[in-house]
Unconditional design. Structure first.
Length: 75
């Protein structure tokens, strides 16, 4: 049986896509998803996509988002 350190080292050596699957699987054991929440997130995502496509909302680059966060919390 592997210890925690060995498991983490092995996981770190995986390609990024596989690490994401491992992380998602572990998180699901801590906080299992519920169908109601998943359905609501799908509704929100579809609504936001419609707003972007129609021009009601404007996209912001990831760099801009992180810059705004840094500015907000560096004060």
């Amino acid at each position: 049986m592997h210890g925690m350190k060995e498991i983490i080292e092995e996981a770190e050596s995986l390609p990024i896509e596989e690490r994401v699957v491992v992380i998602d699987s572990l998180l699901r054991t801590i906080n299992p998803p519920t169908a109601e929440i998943d359905i609501e997130w799908i509704r929100v995502a579809k609504r936001r996509l419609t707003e972007l496509r129609s021009g009601q909302a404007m996209p912001i680059s990831g760099n801009e988002v992180f810059a705004r966060i840094r500015n907000r919390f560096e004060k």
